[in-house]
Design a protein around this ligand. Structure first.
Ligand SMILES: NC(=O)c1ccc[n+]([C@@H]2O[C@H](COP(=O)([O-])OP(=O)(O)OC[C@H]3O[C@@H](n4cnc5c(N)ncnc54)[C@H](O)[C@@H]3O)[C@@H](O)[C@H]2O)c1
Length: 259
């Protein structure tokens, strides 16, 4: 690789698996120091140990992003380990899919607590440090659900729409401080979350085939393909990209309907 992220000290949430883990691996190979957060302690430490074993500078702490105090404490520990954080990837997120009128208050709160407030808790914990250092980058992993709706997935798309709103708001508010805030919107990505989604149908294989058919090129993304875009967005290769969203969905969301 080519050290595109040399001198970046990056906190990544939800880094124990899926897209977050692929991002961690890609960033490490590009020369970044990493501070990884996930609520799955065992998996997180296992993956962090693999990266450290390959010689990369990696700190890892188990924390729940919905716990603002725990995140402030984790950021302090991370900075003691890898140095002052100058970039954040808000990746941790969960599917909460229901029918609007069947959505319980608990599901609504869980959806917004993790997918929106969690990203804010982490942003709030690192923003003063980014400003103090003269700038930095925040990347929110949104979704095509941030600007389109799939019926029966309520209220997940609402939280992702709001995450896009927060991206624009913070991007504008902190542009004078040289902080860039952007969103990356994947379509379907081959992670456990999508496998769980297919398994929720009576015929998971048929559901998987249906998903593939929706895509102009007949397949969904790999986590590594999302990580490649994240490298670019965190790097200094796009200094004027701010308060916007980059869609990485193989063309899925611009179709009027599949052919
Ligand atoms: N997989 C997809 O198709 C897809 C598509 C678009 C957007 N996304 C978004 O990408 C992000 C990652 O998705 P993924 O598919 O890799 O998910 P995943 O389920 O494979 O991994 C998510 C990780 O986040 C962690 N996590 C969840 N809640 C947490 C919390 N409260 N505190 C700390 N850690 C927490 C989990 O333990 C897990 O390790 C999510 O924000 C998701 O909404 C995924």
């Amino acid at each position: 690789m080519s050290n595109r992220l040399l001198d970046k000290r990056i906190m990544i949430t939800g880094a124990a698996q899926g897209i977050g883990l692929a991002i961690a691996n890609a960033f490490a190979r590009e020369g970044a120091s990493l501070f990884l957060i996930d609520r799955d302690e065992a998996l997180l430490q296992e993956e962090a140990a693999k990266l450290k074993g390959e010689g990369y500078q990696v700190g890892a702490r188990s924390a729940d992003i919905t716990d603002a105090k725990a995140i402030v404490a984790a950021v302090a520990e991370g900075e003691a380990e890898i140095g002052r954080i100058n970039a954040l990837v808000n990746n941790a997120g969960v599917n909460v899919f229901s029918e609007p009128l069947d959505t319980s208050d608990e599901e609504w709160n869980r959806c917004f607590d993790i997918n929106l407030k969690g990203a804010w808790n982490c942003s709030k914990a690192v923003l003063p440090g980014l400003i103090d250092q003269g700038g930095g980058v925040i990347l929110n992993i949104a979704s095509t659900h941030a600007f389109t709706i799939i019926p029966h997935t309520f209220p997940y798309p609402l939280a992702k729409h709001a995450l896009l709103g927060m991206t624009k708001s913070l991007g504008l508010e902190y542009a004078p401080k040289n902080v860039r805030v952007n969103a990356l919107a994947p379509g379907y990505v081959a992670t456990q979350k999508v496998i769980d989604y297919w398994n929720g149908f009576p015929d998971p294989e048929a559901a998987k085939a249906e998903t593939m058919k929706l895509h102009p090129n007949g397949r969904i993304a790999t986590p590594e393909e999302i990580a490649m875009a994240a490298v670019f967005m965190i790097s200094d290769e796009c200094p004027f990209m701010n308060a916007t969203c980059l869609t990485v969905d193989g063309g899925l969301s611009v179709q009027q309907h599949p052919a």
